[in-house]
Design a protein around this ligand. Structure first.
Ligand code: 9UX
Length: 72
C-alpha cells in the first residue's frame, strides 16, 4: 500500500531550496514521489507506510531548514 501526504513548508522561497527539500525527501527510504511547489509553499509526497511515516518526512524537511506542517 502507499499513502499520499501534503505538507505546508514555511520559509521556502527560492527554487534552489525547493530542490534541496525535494532531494532530501527522495533520498529517504520508502519514498515513491516527492513534488515541491515553491510558489505555494507545499510539498506533496507519496510513500510506503510500511517503510516510513509522515513524521520522519516532516522532520527531514525541518532538517533542511524549513518548518513543515502536515496538512490534514
Ligand atoms: Mo533559498 Mo531561502 O536558497 O530564505 S529559500 S535561501
Amino acid at each position: 500500500a502507499e499513502a499520499k501526504v501534503l505538507f505546508s513548508v514555511v520559509g521556502m522561497t527560492c527554487a534552489a531550496c525547493a530542490g534541496s527539500v525535494e532531494k532530501a525527501i527522495k533520498r529517504l527510504p520508502g519514498i515513491r514521489e516527492a513534488a515541491v511547489d515553491v510558489l505555494n509553499g507545499r510539498a506533496q509526497v507519496i510513500f510506503f507506510p510500511d517503510f516510513i511515516n509522515e513524521e520522519t518526512i516532516r522532520e527531514t524537511i525541518d532538517d533542511v531548514g524549513f518548518e513543515a506542517t502536515l496538512i490534514p
